[in-house]
Structures are given as C-alpha cells and as structure tokens.
Ligand binder design. Structure first.
Ligand code: A3D
Length: 320
C-alpha cells in the first residue's frame, strides 16, 4: 500500500516539529508548505538527512506551491503568527484570519479529501474560519487544543501525585484559552476521580485548584519563558496523536475543537469537546453530563468563542 501523504501548512516551530515526529513515527511522506523562502525546503532536507541515523523511511520535501500538497491524506495547519509576551491569543485574530483564507482555498483546491487539523490561534475561531474558507465537510476539519490542554493537566497532576503520567487521565472542555474548562470530576489517577484523591489525602483542594489554574495558563507560562514565541514540542506531539488516530482508524477518544451540531445545546458551532477520531475524521461528539457549575463555565467559554467568531465576520464579510 502506498504511504500516506501528510501536508504541513506552516513550517515554523510547530511545523518543523510535526515533520520530525511524523518521520520518526513513519506516519507517511511529508510535504512542508510555507511562504518563507527556503524555510520549508531547508527543514525538510535537514530532517531527511536525519533519516539514516534515526532509521525511518519517509520522503521529506518543502515547497511554496500549493500544487505540491495534492492528494494529501492529512493537512496540519500552523501557518500564521504565534504569540509574543504580552499578547493574548485573540490579538492574533486579524492577521491569522487572512492566512486561514489562503490556506483554506489552497486545501480546497488541492487536497479536498484530507483530514484537516488546525493549530493556528485563536484556535476555536480559526478552525471555524478555515472550515468556512475550505468548504470541506465539518467532520474532516477540527482543531487541536484539548489534547494539549489535557496533556498539560496530566503532567502537572502526575508531578503532584508522583505517579506515571500514563496513569493519569484528564478531561478538558470548552475553548482553548483562559475560559477552558478542566473537568476535575472526570479526571482520574488509574480510574480514581480527583475529588476522591483529595478525600484520600493525596492532595488538597487548594493544590488542585492551583493546578487547574496553571493548566489554563499553560500556554502563557511557556510564552513568558521563551520570550520569542510559543510552545511547540507539546502542541506538535498532540496534533500527531490526532493525525495517527485518523490514519490508523484508531477510534481514539480525544478532546478536540469539533463542529457540534445538536449536542451541548449548540447548533453548528466549533468548540472543544470529547470526540472519537477514526478513519471518518471526527466520527462522534461525546456529550457528557455536567454539573450546574461546570455548565456555567462551559457556557462562558462558548460565549467567548462566539465573540471571536463574530469578530471574524466583522473583519471578512465573505464569512456569514
Ligand atoms: P511560527 O514558528 O511563527 O510558524 C508559523 C509559520 O507560518 C512561519 O514559518 C510563517 O512563515 C508561516 N506563515 C505565515 N503566513 C503564512 C501563509 N499565509 N501561508 C503559509 N505559511 C505562512 O509559529 P509556531 O509554529 O510556533 O505556531 C504556529 C501557530 O500555532 C500560531 O498561531 C500559534 O499561536 C499556534 N499555537 C497553537 C497552539 C494550540 O494549542 C492551539 C499551541 C501553540 C501554538
């Protein structure tokens, strides 16, 4: 069987890491697209030259011509600008909306059958705009945020409990941003819900609350440390987990920014929810029951995303 083709739109920090991970995991041949002259070609050649030592079989190429993404099975979009210290994700809206227009048109023309994973911020609004500009089926366009947010939550919890990250599951809902909703009740250590871990004396409610807040601020913490850009290793790894679920029809249960039509009282809206990802793309949106308090947090997250979508419509009147 021919190898899968993975197109990476944007060859910056996340794009380069995506290419390296896709190669090492032998997920398929990789084409990196970027408007920066020489950047995708240089990174592709560098990664290809790591192949003999790493021992992978995957072709790597770089391009500034959308025709080269033709027939891609997966497109992962990181094109645009990233945050600098003092900027919120929402500050990126106007610039990245224009980028989504060109990317959406490029994918529609050359890779209309791809499963598209958007990472560009502000995520929930950009994935919506990318879907609008590309016209692809809603289940084939989603956004990566929940896998990263829950990975951060899991990492902090594993540190607190001094247990393996593999045994910590975490659940994060809502938009990617300050209003994200880490669901403590559905997060566990080997099946033991976090509120029970508090009762068992493994941590205190105060410490748990601080971890939840650190998870919400996880992106800003890294921006503050790096000073010249935002996180890229963990975001790339999270998107690769989603791409692999699609390419291998794994039916993984992963949180992502998905099109929700009917569930959660929403009709036709992109927001972070638990989903099943397999060969059909986002095959299912899982609707969980929420307490009043959780519902209130989710509602405020949804209204923050709605505000961004309205702002996009105000900037580009082809969006309705
Ligand atoms: P960066 O290293 O700046 O790479 C972005 C690349 O996009 C650059 O190489 C640009 O040349 C390229 N680019 C700009 N305009 C275009 C265009 N029109 N077509 C093609 N390529 C273009 O950024 P990065 O890789 O660190 O981050 C990429 C995006 O991901 C940013 O918007 C970040 O805010 C976002 N991000 C999201 C998360 C989530 O969890 C959702 C996490 C981290 C970063």
């Amino acid at each position: 069987m021919a190898r899968a083709k993975i197109a990476l739109i944007g060859a910056g920090n996340i794009g380069g890491t995506l290419a390296h991970l896709a190669a090492v995991k032998e997920l398929g041949d990789v084409v990196m697209f970027d408007i920066a002259d020489g950047l995708p070609q240089g990174k592709a050649l560098d990664i290809a030259e790591s192949g003999p030592s790493a021992g992978f079989d995957a072709a790597m190429s770089g391009t500034s011509d959308y025709a080269d993404i033709a027939g891609a099975d997966v497109c992962i979009v990181t094109a645009g600008v990233a945050r600098k210290p003092g900027m919120s994700r929402d500050d990126l809206l106007g610039i990245n909306l224009k980028v989504m227009k060109s990317v959406g048109e490029g994918i529609a023309k050359h890779a209309p059958d791809a499963f598209v994973i958007c990472i560009t911020n502000p995520l929930d609004a950009m994935v919506w705009a990318l879907r609008e500009f590309s016209g692809l089926p809603h289940e084939k366009v989603c956004g990566m945020a929940g896998v990263l947010d829950s990975a951060r939550f899991r990492h902090f919890l594993a540190e607190e409990f001094q247990v393996s990250m593999r045994d910590v599951t975490a659940f994060v809902l809502g938009g990617h941003g300050d209003t994200m909703v880490p669901l403590v009740r559905y997060s566990t250590v080997a099946g033991i819900p976090l509120p029970d871990m508090v009762k068992m004396g493994w941590t205190t409610q105060e410490k748990l609350d601080a971890i939840v807040q650190r998870t919400r601020d996880g992106g800003a913490e890294i921006v503050g440390l790096l000073k010249t850009g935002s996180a890229f290793y963990a975001p790339a790894t999270s998107a690769i987990e989603m791409a692999e679920a699609y390419l291998k029809d794994q039916k993984r249960v992963l949180p992502c920014a998905a099109y929700v039509d009917g569930a959660y009282g929403l009709n036709g809206f992109y927001v972070g929810v638990p989903t099943v990802i397999g060969a059909g793309g986002v095959e299912k949106v899982i609707e969980i029951s929420m307490s009043k308090e959780e519902q209130a947090m989710f509602d405020s997250s949804v209204s923050a995303v709605k505000g961004l979508v309205e702002a996009c419509k105000g900037i580009d009147n082809s969006l309705t």
